[in-house]
Design a protein around this ligand. Structure first.
Ligand SMILES: O=P(O)(O)OC[C@H]1O[C@H](O)[C@H](O)[C@@H](O)[C@@H]1O
Length: 300
């Protein structure tokens, strides 16, 4: 898909390891960088100057592969739960910049991905996906809007309903994955891909120990991530499920695009829609959002 021209007020694109990106700067000093490749947020810096997202030192920026870190957009299929390549195709496609500006105390960017010949070759659906990244204060707000347009495809095929799963696959930077806890997941139905079990999680907190790969379903309450450096509050709307992932030592060291030992400094807490795929008829749309806030009462 060719990139749409940015809106008049949009800042010039910057270069991130050879890929075009939009750089956001809010009046309070918070900053973010979003690659057009994948609509991929790769950096979020809070006003205190601290990077809050993990980005692998060996991330591949070749304009095809998914970047290891930041916030990959997973659409229209989560993981291997369908016929498409793992995690769908949105994270490997070129998105276009629709808007980027300062809005009061915030800075925001809007990026768009629409179906084209390449997506239709693997997934015969007409779609428009818009990602809005908004920063300001100690807060990151990411919205994913998915629309089923009413118009027929270019070849005249009438629009038909389709279903998708999705996630904002957020890689949080943590001091030490073995010394943190996630609160708010108790009493949720959970699929544990490491143990191959499905159960209701009764633990008051999740303390990742080794490889962790879990889907928690119908996670309605906000989560807290406490580590030595900060307390983050994560909330979501639209997305019903939460994924918590860390590859652990053996798989983390084996990932070709993860630097040595770096798996210790990341934890993915993903706002996801997995258990109940969303069905959209022509003209319908769906919105999911993940909001991450630094709790300033905590140390760090
Ligand atoms: O390596 P990727 O394709 O980016 O996937 C990374 C991870 O994503 C999700 O969190 C899944 O639950 C994991 O099973 C998967 O390993």
């Amino acid at each position: 898909m060719s990139a749409a021209p940015p809106a008049a007020a949009a800042p010039p694109l910057v270069d991130v390891h050879g890929l075009p990106a939009v750089a956001l700067a809010a009046p309070d000093g918070s900053r973010a960088t979003v690659l057009l490749h994948g609509g991929h947020l790769v950096s979020w810096v809070t006003p205190d100057g601290r990077e809050r997202l993990f980005l692998s030192s060996r991330a591949v920026f070749d304009g095809r592969a998914a970047v290891r870190g930041g916030v990959p957009v997973i659409f229209p299929q989560f993981n291997a739960r369908g016929p498409l390549p793992r995690h769908g195709f949105a994270r490997g496609r070129p998105w276009s910049l629709v808007d980027a500006r300062v809005d009061g105390t915030d800075a925001l960017a809007v990026l768009r991905l629409a179906d084209d010949a390449a997506t239709q070759a693997v997934w015969p659906a007409r779609f428009v996906v818009e990602l809005t990244v908004r920063i300001g204060g100690p807060r990151l707000d990411i919205e994913l809007a998915v629309e089923h347009p009413e118009a027929p495809a270019q070849d005249g095929t009438p629009p038909a309903p389709w279903r998708f799963t999705a996630a904002l696959h957020t890689y949080l930077r943590v001091a030490d994955v073995a010394a943190l806890q996630v609160l708010g997941l108790q009493r949720l139905r959970m699929e544990d891909a490491v143990r191959g079990t499905e159960q209701v999680d009764l633990a008051a907190q999740l303390v990742p120990a080794g490889e962790t790969d879990r889907v928690y379903f119908d996670a309605a309450r906000p989560l807290l991530l406490d580590d030595a450096q900060a307390r983050l509050r994560l909330s979501q709307q639209g997305f019903r499920d939460v994924v918590v992932w860390n590859p652990g030592e053996a798989k983390g060291e084996a990932l070709p695009d993860m630097g040595p030992g770096e798996w210790r400094h990341m934890l993915c807490i993903e706002a996801a829609q997995i258990g109940q795929p969303v069905a959209l008829a022509p003209g319908e749309s769906w919105i999911g959002r993940q909001v991450i806030e630094l709790d300033e009462a905590a140390p760090g």
